[in-house]
Design a protein around this ligand. Structure first.
Ligand code: FEO
Length: 401
């Protein structure tokens, strides 16, 4: 879809879709692409750009601005809600095209701007929490929401329209498919899964800061939430704020994620039996990931959503299998709280894999190991499959509480 798209009187989307980049942050898969949302707010006296786009898309972005503003009209400000290069990559090109344009951000933004883009001095207008910037007939009001996602992150309210520009907050993976607004698309199926994956991958680690930010967002009484990725929320504002509230409080649905590594098939057989046993025990949602194939991005999404995780690992060089170990490190780094942990494993001449997973569970805040821990030597036998069924029954019972 091509910009510009009108949000409200004097407010337009001038963003771009990216269906080319394989990995966001060179880390997280983008099978459905992503949008970089940028906006323009036009007052009677001044024009403000709200965030920009990734550097790769400078021509499209400048073209959209010129089509919207027409010849001879220049923006006065570029408000930087968030300086990560997926939004500020075009900053140098914008300043070159519009000489005299001032970059607006908070003190932390100014500090980072100097290092990231070599911009400082009078070229930067520093604002604080609650400050306003008059555009003529409308003003921008700034709210600092540090660490959602970087320390400089802030949100900006257009008092004229009630549109709140939220940066990464409420954003999601997936390029826009012609629909800019939530009420133009089938939100749960098409949007929320990729929004949760974005939250789990990018924002979730900073959940305590999200909890501090949400009251600030609510207090601004937005009539529209315009994030820098994904759809603009105007029909389901309370719903999306509720999702963020729930995810950042580590609240979960009653399901089980099975994430396993398996070198010679024994661990896989345990996972397969477990998945069926969980269904037979009444667990409605089971997600299974072979960690040699599933990218951690998706596993992290599911672990963020569901209350129980079963980790299966072979013993590898006296420890946890590398693909499993990488997931555990990621989960620990993201500081997920209060999960039920099941453990299965195999070993040959010495143990170590299961022991490593148990130690991981003990380090994670509020995690609880559900027994029995199942550990087979070389290959699972009938007794191990009976233990897997017992584990499934115990997990199902815990999920019902
Ligand atoms: Fe969309 Fe944290 O950048």
């Amino acid at each position: 879809m091509l910009a510009p798209v009108r949000l409200s009187e004097g407010v337009h989307w001038v963003g771009v879709n990216d269906r080319t980049t394989e990995l966001f942050e060179n880390l997280w898969p983008l099978p459905h692409g992503i949008s970089y949302n940028a906006y323009v707010v036009e007052g009677a006296d001044r024009i403000a750009l709200i965030d920009a786009v990734k550097g790769l898309f400078v021509p499209d972005y400048l073209d959209a601005l010129e089509r919207l503003l027409g010849p001879g009209r220049q923006p006065d400000y570029l408000v930087v809600n968030h300086l990560e290069p997926d939004h500020s990559g075009a900053l140098g090109a914008v300043r070159a095209r519009f000489p005299g344009l001032r970059v607006v951000g908070n003190r932390k933004t100014a500090e980072f701007l100097e290092h990231l883009h070599g911009v400082g001095g009078d070229d930067v207008l520093v604002v604080g929490d609650g400050d306003t910037l008059d555009l003529g007939g409308r003003a921008l009001r700034f709210g600092l929401v540090p660490m959602v996602h970087w320390p400089e992150t802030m949100v900006t309210l257009d008092t004229g329209s009630g549109v709140l520009f939220t940066g990464d907050v409420f954003g999601g993976y997936r390029a826009l498919e012609g629909a800019l607004f939530d009420d133009e698309t089938h939100v749960p199926a098409r949007v929320e899964g990729e929004m949760l994956r974005y939250f789990a991958n990018i924002v979730g680690k900073y959940s305590p800061m999200v909890q501090k930010a949400l009251p600030k967002v609510r207090a601004l009484e937005p009539r529209m939430l315009a994030p820098s990725h994904g759809v603009v929320w105007r029909g389901a504002i309370d719903h999306v704020i509720g999702l963020y509230d729930r995810w950042s409080r580590h609240e979960t649905d009653p399901g089980v994620t099975i994430a396993y590594g398996s070198m010679y098939g024994g661990g896989e057989r345990l996972a397969e039996r477990l998945s069926r046993a969980l269904r037979e025990a009444g667990v409605a949602t089971v997600r299974v990931h072979n960690l040699a194939r599933s990218h951690a991005s998706y596993v992290l999404r599911d672990v963020w959503r569901y209350r129980a995780l079963v980790v299966g690992t072979p013993t590898y060089n006296l420890g946890v299998f590398p693909a499993v170990d990488a997931l555990l490190r990621l989960l620990e780094d993201k500081r997920l709280e209060r999960r039920l942990l099941g453990i299965t494993g195999t070993y040959g001449w010495s143990g170590g894999g299961v022991k490593g997973v148990r130690a991981f569970g003990e380090r994670c805040p509020g995690w609880e190991v559900v027994e029995p821990v199942v550990e087979a030597r070389f290959t699972p036998k009938a007794g191990h499959f009976r233990q897997v069924e017992e584990l499934a029954a115990n997990l199902a019972a815990r999920l019902e509480r």
